[in-house]
Design a protein around this ligand. Structure first.
Ligand code: HEM
Length: 73
């Protein structure tokens, strides 16, 4: 089974980092992931990060469900 970015497209990866949403349209990506900063990279740079990540050997790692940060008082 593919886990992590294994089933994502490049478009989903870039949209996730630009919008702060899982796969570019799912649940919000929680802190401490600095998507608001990483998402400001140029499209060429994000494509390069994607190409690097996809060039790494795949691992299978089921990520546990999100634990949202506590509400601010
Ligand atoms: C170029 C740098 C980075 C890239 C390309 C990147 C990429 C991503 C992506 C695509 C996700 C979403 C995974 C998903 O929705 O399943 C993610 C999640 C996450 N990242 Fe990053 N990341 C980077 C740097 C960082 C840094 C510097 C930190 C913290 C020090 C960080 C912490 C996290 C955490 C905690 C999550 C999980 C958030 C959640 O489950 O809602 N990342 N990252």
């Amino acid at each position: 089974m593919q886990t992590g970015l294994g089933g994502w497209t490049q478009q989903q990866f870039i949209a996730a980092l630009r919008k702060g949403q899982h796969a570019g349209g799912g649940r919000p990506i929680a802190p401490p992931m600095p998507w608001a900063a990483v998402g400001q990279l140029t499209t060429d740079d994000l494509r390069a990060v994607w190409a690097y990540l996809r060039a790494q050997p795949a691992v299978s790692n089921a990520v546990p469900a999100l634990v949202p940060p506590p509400a601010r008082p």
